[in-house]
Every structure is written in structure tokens, then in C-alpha cells.
Write a protein that binds this ligand. Structure first.
Ligand code: SAM
Length: 270
């Protein structure tokens, strides 16, 4: 499994990304529990996508804190900015910038967070270095990354189902998704970036759907695998769905379709 970087076109799928938010919300909660936020804090959320967990934190704390969210995909940032405009919140703003070049002064933020972003950076080591640079000495960080391919079943099944049907250059980027899942790799990179008092733990969350078909419809509608699906003949779509349904059989019950995922939570200080 090569670590190809054919991640989804985040810019193009921004409006549809929110379909996934309820499923990964528990990881955001775990991150927020790992940090101690106080009145007056300046918070940075890197690779915040359509705004999470920055928006949840800003809404929860109100004007007691200020929050900035950043993302490399302009479409994601626009979606997040749209939510701010709608809510009328004044303590949060979103800016388009890559994690590898954060346009903030050294030692600027009290807290830096990032949910399911760091493993996708073009240069994860550089992105983490930037996150540490803009954090005040003693400031806190929390981030999550995916753990292993096998414990990220939706991506794993799709990878397995697609891998013999489409060119390897457009295989689902599972290896990239789990590239920081090993705690020695992640811990080493965090230390090299300048973080300390590092805690790393493996956690679980569940993606829950009414049925396999509800899941499949959402997967297709979200465009997260748009490139891969477009590379198949229309007649192969049903074959692929049936193959994935077979991989997923242990997650199907009479009541619902529930898929456990493991992720890694890292937190600490600068
Ligand atoms: C899986 S989404 C997570 C979004 C959000 N944090 C959440 O949990 O809902 C990953 C995000 O990482 C962003 N991203 C990927 N590479 C990046 C980079 N080098 N710098 C900043 N953002 C990046 C993508 O644009 C995308 O919005």
C-alpha cells in the first residue's frame, strides 16, 4: 500500500463534508477535554475544514476566548466563514493557509488544536513544527489522527474493493491517512517539532447509520471517493457496493449499521 497523496479534492467537496461531522464529533470532544481552556485564551484550529472543532469551542466559550481556524482549501474556509456569518459569532474567524506556513507570529496562541488534519499535510513534520512555533511556551496542544488501516474500516474496505479495479495512482489514500497512527512515529515527530509532556492514547468512535444502504448513499453523495468512482464503468458500481457490503457484514444488525473506528489522540505542551 503506497502512501500516495490522492486525498479528496477538499476544495470541491467542501459543501458536502458536513455529512461526516456527526460521526467524528466524539474525537473533537476528546480533544477539547484534553486541554484546559481559560478565559482570555487565543486558540488556533489547524486544518479546520468546514470549521470543526473550532466552531464548537467558540460557541461553548463565547467571548471569553478568541478562535482562529485555518485550512489550505479555500472551499473549506468559505464554508466555515459562511457558518460564522450565519451565527453572528464575533469571537472566531477562518483563514486560508497551509499548515506548513502559518502566517502568525511566534508564541502567539495559548492553545493549538487539529482534528484529523496532521497526517494529510503535504509535509506533516513541517506543519507540526509550525503549530509548535506559533504556540506560547507552556501552551497546550491537542490533535487527532487515524490509527491503522484495519481500524479505519470504511477506508480499508473501499481500498480493498477498489485496488484491483482502478490505477494505483488513484487508489484511496489509506496509507497517507494512517501515516501518523504509530505512536513512535507521531511521538517522534511531535518532539522534533518542539512539543513536550506528550500524551498519546488510542481511542474509539463509531460511525452509525440506519442501514448499509444509508451509509452507501451517503458515501456516494459526499463525493469523498469521487475520483475513484468516476474511474469505474457505471456497471461496476453495483459490484463494488456488494463487495463492500460483504466486507462490512459484521457491522450490520437488524437495527442499524455501526462501524467502529480507532484514532489516536495526542496532547501536551510546548
Ligand atoms: C478530514 S478533514 C478534517 C477537517 C476538520 N478538522 C474536521 O475534523 O472536521 C482534513 C482537512 O485537512 C485540510 N488539509 C489538508 N492538507 C492541509 C495542509 N497542508 N494545510 C492545511 N490544511 C490541510 C483539508 O483541506 C481538509 O479540510
Amino acid at each position: 500500500m503506497a502512501a500516495t497523496d490522492n486525498q479528496p479534492d477538499w476544495d470541491a467537496i467542501a459543501e458536502k463534508f458536513d455529512m461526516w461531522l456527526p460521526h467524528i464529533a466524539p474525537a473533537g470532544e476528546a480533544m477539547l477535554q484534553a486541554i484546559d481552556i481559560k478565559s482570555g485564551d487565543r486558540v488556533l484550529d489547524v486544518a479546520s475544514g468546514t470549521g470543526e472543532p473550532a466552531l464548537t469551542l467558540a460557541a461553548r466559550m463565547g467571548d471569553a476566548i478568541t478562535v482562529v481556524g485555518t485550512d489550505a482549501a479555500a472551499g473549506m474556509v468559505r464554508a466555515a466563514q459562511g457558518k460564522v456569518a450565519k451565527s453572528g459569532m464575533r469571537n472566531i474567524q477562518f483563514k486560508c493557509m497551509p499548515a506548513e506556513a502559518l502566517a502568525f507570529p511566534d508564541n502567539h496562541f495559548d492553545i493549538v488544536i487539529s482534528r484529523f488534519g496532521a497526517m494529510l499535510f503535504q509535509d506533516s513534520a513541517q506543519g507540526l513544527k509550525e503549530m509548535a512555533r506559533v504556540l506560547k511556551p507552556g501552551g497546550q496542544f491537542a490533535l487527532t489522527v487515524w490509527y491503522t488501516a484495519q481500524t479505519m474500516p470504511i477506508m480499508h474496505w473501499t481500498y480493498e474493493a477498489f485496488k484491483d479495479k482502478i490505477p494505483s495512482a488513484i487508489h484511496p489514500p489509506v496509507a497517507k491517512m494512517v501515516s501518523l497512527g504509530d505512536d513512535a512515529v507521531l511521538g517522534g515527530m511531535l518532539r522534533a517539532a518542539g512539543f513536550s509532556e506528550i500524551n498519546i492514547s488510542t481511542r474509539e468512535l463509531k460511525y452509525s447509520f440506519a442501514s448499509f444502504d444509508e451509509f452507501w448513499d451517503m458515501l456516494e453523495a459526499s463525493d469523498i471517493l469521487k475520483v475513484q468512482l468516476a474511474a469505474l464503468e457505471a456497471t461496476q458500481h453495483g459490484v463494488l457496493r456488494d463487495e463492500i457490503r460483504h466486507f462490512a457484514r459484521d457491522c450490520v444488525s437488524h437495527e442499524n449499521f455501526t462501524v467502529p473506528h480507532s484514532y489516536v489522540l495526542a496532547s501536551g505542551r510546548k
